[in-house]
Design a protein around this ligand. Structure first.
Ligand code: TYM
Length: 352
């Protein structure tokens, strides 16, 4: 554990938006890591519905997608009895802390967020205020639990840095109050830990199957660009078959893939699914044509993802169970977040 978080009880927090399809990028970059760390840490996994509504969501679809992400968590192997699985809007402390962080974070910090710039594009005047303030809510998600470790894909790195900046500014601005109220932790007597991103494995940046320069994303208009966790075996195989490649056979070193983004992406996907290093995959397939590699990748994708898909389907037919998991998780989340908010409000100087 890093020194910045020392003194704090180790805790994992992460979240996924219930907007669009849960895809392979979410699985390899996030969900698979959520499962991997659950034997070593206490974990809080959140379906971030408040984040989803920073852009328009059809209410019926939002409800369904919230259950779908929850089903993906459970089907992938997250244990909701040992860990906390819930949806963000059921725990009011997220929104409350996000407001306070709106008053800690600076306009300049948020204006530099590349995800905001990408999403808003030329339409800045017309996007929601929530889309701009989005990273403050994300910081609140993490820090309401004083979480120390955050498994995410590479695209969330900048947001994590912002969460650390907010934690640090809060700790500094209120150092005297924190000390006076005896609420400091560790040698530095800080209130919030500086949460560390956990960005590991071959799948931290899964690219589109149609364009190796674009991230695999639920908002891509082409469904062929991504493998969804709800795709059946035929769809998975078809999408791998149709994935964009180049005419050269596979090389034996990663350096030779530097200018071949589509080939590199498929090797990374294979490595992520197989839990191997990309180099090991290359040694296995060096010299092979895509006509050999693609069927092997399709088989591996089907073998790995189909059991998850089947379990997700079963769970999505049992909405009572899924909703009960979320309600129970939310209750346990509140038990953790409420005292943190009580302290934060005292630190701010609010009368209660
Ligand atoms: P979201 O919903 O866009 O994505 C959820 C997780 O999936 C990862 N991911 C990817 N990883 C690899 N390759 C890809 N192509 C890919 N696409 C998505 C993301 O990095 C993420 O880990 N802001 C977050 C949600 C969030 C959150 C949080 C995360 C809200 N509060 C607190 C951590 C902690 C988001 O929009 O992720």
């Amino acid at each position: 554990m890093n020194t910045a978080a020392s003194g704090f009880e180790p805790r994992v927090f992460s979240g996924i938006q219930p907007s669009g399809n849960v895809h392979l990028g979410n699985y390899l970059g996030a969900i698979k890591r959520f499962v991997a760390v659950q034997d070593s840490y206490n974990c809080v996994y959140c379906v971030v519905d408040l984040h989803a509504v920073t852009v328009w969501q059809d209410p019926d679809v939002l409800r369904q997608k919230t259950r779908e992400v929850t089903a993906a968590f459970l089907a992938a192997g997250i244990d909701p009895a040992k860990h906390i699985v819930f949806n963000q809007s059921q725990v009011k402390e997220h929104a409350e802390l996000a407001w306070l962080f709106n008053c800690v974070a600076r306009m300049g910090w948020l204006s530099r967020m590349t995800q905001f710039k990408d999403k808003a594009g030329k339409n800045r005047e017309n996007v929601s205020v929530g889309l701009f303030a989005y990273p403050d809510l994300m910081a609140a998600d993490i820090l309401a639990y004083r979480a120390t470790l955050v498994p995410v894909g590479e695209d969330q790195k900048q947001h994590l840095e912002l969460a650390r900046d907010i934690a640090q500014k809060f700790n500094m601005d209120f150092a005297e109050q924190i000390d006076r109220l005896g609420l400091g932790v560790g040698a530095d007597k800080t209130f919030f830990p500086l949460p560390e991103p956990l960005i590991t494995g071959a799948g931290t940046r899964v690219m589109s199957l149609r364009d190796g320069s674009k991230k695999m994303s639920s908002s891509d208009a082409s469904d062929l660009s991504r493998l969804n966790l709800t795709d059946d075996a035929d769809e998975l195989a078809k999408k791998v078959r149709k994935a964009k490649t180049d005419p050269a056979p596979l090389p034996d070193t990663l350096e030779e893939l530097a200018e071949r983004p589509e080939a590199r992406n498929l090797i990374n996907i294979y490595a992520g699914l197989a839990d191997e290093t990309p180099q090991k995959v290359l040694s296995e397939f060096a010299g092979a044509e895509f006509s050999t590699f693609k069927p092997a990748l399709a088989d591996l994708a089907v073998q790995t993802l189909s059991p998850i898909t089947q379990e997700m389907r079963r769970l999505m037919d049992d909405t009572d169970h899924v909703d009960a998991v979320l309600r129970d998780g939310a209750e346990r989340a509140r038990v953790l977040a409420a005292p943190v908010l009580r302290d934060v409000k005292a630190i701010f100087g609010f009368v209660s």
